[in-house]
Design a protein around this ligand. Structure first.
Ligand code: NAI
Length: 308
């Protein structure tokens, strides 16, 4: 198994570190455009191998796509991150150019790979990859829901005073501060609805904290987060390479599911060796479906920029 991570920055390197520790591949290539940067990050990760005892061989390269040949999964994290006060949407101009050229270069050497898009604004970058790659839609996934659902669990656990491991909580919609939809009415604590334990006010607090979870960290850190994004991406890679069939919220092309078409949005999918295998339907209430449609409108508007 060979995996490539493009972009050796904060998220890419953290994702690579998780992949190596979990031994999800025999060979892991980390590629960056900045001379020597990926090489340095890869050597640093390899120098933890003696301490942690993993056998994945991590190699860093500067823009050498031939080294990525025959990768079964490619993660794209290249692009600018947000600065405090910025929205993910403001990154679109620069990141669209980067994601498009990276996708084209990757496909020259791994024409049948599975691509996970992390670069922001993720919904639009994933849509762009769907349109430019020509790959079957099942092989293109956006990372956002894994992260947002995990942030949702964190805020729920804070409010409930419980273990995150006992929670089931899902975010769908767009991967933006105003477009994501934490499905609070469907969240459970060991199968019991969390709404049994939380007041309306507490529920609203959790939902809004989740929606601005990324912005909160950007303000604190000065740039966007990386531990949870890196781990969220690696959890998707793991379900694919180990064919685990985990149900994970991912950005995927919708073709009528959830009432939407010709768009990438975050919904729960079963992830296995061929990419996403099945979109799982939630019985959304009228209010939740209306919120989903509103997110779709916002994302569609953003996608329009690609055509302008
Ligand atoms: P970073 O600035 O630390 O790393 C980005 C890396 O991409 C840099 O090392 C840069 O040299 C490299 N790069 C730029 N152009 C390239 C190209 N053409 N080819 C190869 N490498 C190139 O940024 P960070 O924090 O790692 O974030 C990366 C992206 O992921 C950003 O767009 C950020 O907004 C996004 N992100 C998405 C999340 C999600 O949930 N989908 C969560 C967190 C970040």
């Amino acid at each position: 198994m060979k995996i490539t991570v493009v972009g050796a920055g904060a998220v890419g390197a953290t994702c690579a570190d998780n992949i190596a520790r979990k031994e999800l591949a025999e060979e892991l290539i980390v590629l960056d455009i900045k001379e020597g940067f990926a090489e340095g990050k890869a050597i640093d990760i390899m120098q933890t191998s003696g301490l942690l005892g993993f056998d994945t061989k991590v190699k860093g390269v500067t823009n050498d796509y031939a080294a990525t040949a025959d990768s079964e999964v490619v993660v794209i994290t290249s692009g600018l991150p947000r600065k405090p006060g910025m929205t993910r949407e403001e990154l679109i101009g620069t990141n669209a150019g980067i994601v498009k050229s990276v996708t084209e270069n990757i496909l020259k050497y791994s024409p049948n790979t599975i691509i996970i898009v992390v670069s922001n604004p993720m919904d639009t970058m994933n849509y762009l990859t769907l349109k430019t790659s020509g790959l079957p839609k099942e092989r293109i996934l956006g990372m956002g829901g894994a992260l947002d659902s995990s942030r949702f669990k964190y805020y729920l656990s804070q409010e409930l005073g419980c273990s995150q491991a006992d929670l089931n909580a899902v975010v769908i919609g767009g991967h933006g501060d105003t477009t994501m939809i934490p499905l609070i009415k469907h969240a459970t604590w060991n199968s019991i609805p969390v709404t049994n334990f939380l007041t309306e006010e507490q529920q609203e607090k959790v939902v809004s904290a989740t929606m601005v979870g990324g912005a909160t960290l950007t303000k604190l850190i000065g740039t966007s987060a990386w531990y949870a994004p890196g781990a969220g991406t690696a959890s998707m890679v793991e379900s694919i390479v180990r064919d685990e069939k985990k149900l994970i919220s991912c950005g995927v092309a919708l073709d009528g599911e959830y009432g939407q078409k010709d768009i990438s949005l975050v919904v729960p999918v079963v992830l296995g060796k061929n990419g996403w295998e099945k979109i799982v339907n939630f019985n959304l209430s009228e209010q939740e479906q209306a919120a989903f449609n509103k997110s779709a409108d916002a994302v569609r508007n953003m996608n329009q920029v690609l055509r302008d």
